[in-house]
Ligand binder design. Structure first.
Ligand code: MN3
Length: 236
């Protein structure tokens, strides 16, 4: 057995002391990081209706997977990215207007988190009648409600691959367009810009179980579950 000399003992004690010091400074760093932790945390809104409430336009299993798996993953992943990348934007507005500066993970999942929270709100079981205020605004913007519906449908069915169709208010002018992936019109990187008034998810995960490749049927059946009150609320 090796005799521990006084010298070795001192050396080992110093090592132990410095390990404690490093440990303490790590704790201090973590505490400092927590103190300056970004206040932006995305959270998933409770679904305003049951999973089966949008039948037959959107089937129960699609809603369960869409809300419970896809959307919740976007929420988790964006919050992970905010912490891992020390993203310091404290509001959703700042986050999206600086989207071009974010990593792909933060931008895609942040979009996915926000877009779905919005999407759940602009739908309602059984839909509702078009409020006069919305009807007037759409007629003014697009000539007639039918013309609006036609253009929005074209944006939704024409988006190649995964993405979203939108009705936005761009400084008082209503516009229809689409975005790829989980981009949204609040992002500085988006071609379509404005305040979202209505959105439709046209990712295959939003309709494939019931409609397979027939996106046009999904879009056609979606009109009967639009919550126009939410659109009215967001109209200036
Ligand atoms: Mn989706």
């Amino acid at each position: 057995m090796k005799t521990i000399t006084r010298r070795t003992f001192v050396k080992n004690s110093l090592k132990a002391t410095s390990a404690i010091a490093i440990g303490a400074s790590l704790v201090a760093n973590v505490k400092a990081a927590q103190a300056s932790a970004p206040s932006l945390v995305f959270s998933q809104i409770p679904l305003p209706y049951s999973f089966g409430a949008l039948e037959p336009s959107i089937d129960t299993m699609t809603m369960e997977i869409h809300y419970g798996k896809h959307h919740s993953a976007y929420i988790k992943n964006v919050n992970d990215a905010i912490v891992a990348e020390s993203i310091s934007f404290t509001s959703e507005t700042d986050f999206f207007t600086n989207a071009s500066k974010l990593s792909a993970k933060a931008r895609n999942n942040g979009g996915g988190a926000w877009n779905h929270n919005f999407f759940w709100q602009v739908m309602k079981p059984g839909g509702i009648n078009l409020p006069g205020k919305v009807s007037e605004a759409l007629t003014q913007g697009f000539g007639s409600f039918d013309s609006f519906k036609e253009q929005f449908t074209a944006a939704a069915t024409g988006r190649f691959g995964s993405g979203w169709a939108w009705l936005v208010n761009d400084h008082g002018k209503l516009k229809i367009g689409s975005t790829p992936n989980q981009d949204n019109p609040m992002m500085d990187s988006s071609d379509l810009k404005g305040t979202p008034l209505l959105a439709l998810d046209v990712w295959e995960h939003a309709y494939y179980l019931k409609y397979q490749n027939k996106r046009a049927d999904y879009v056609a059946n979606w009109w009967s579950i639009v919550n126009w009150d939410e659109v009215a609320k967001r109209l200036a």
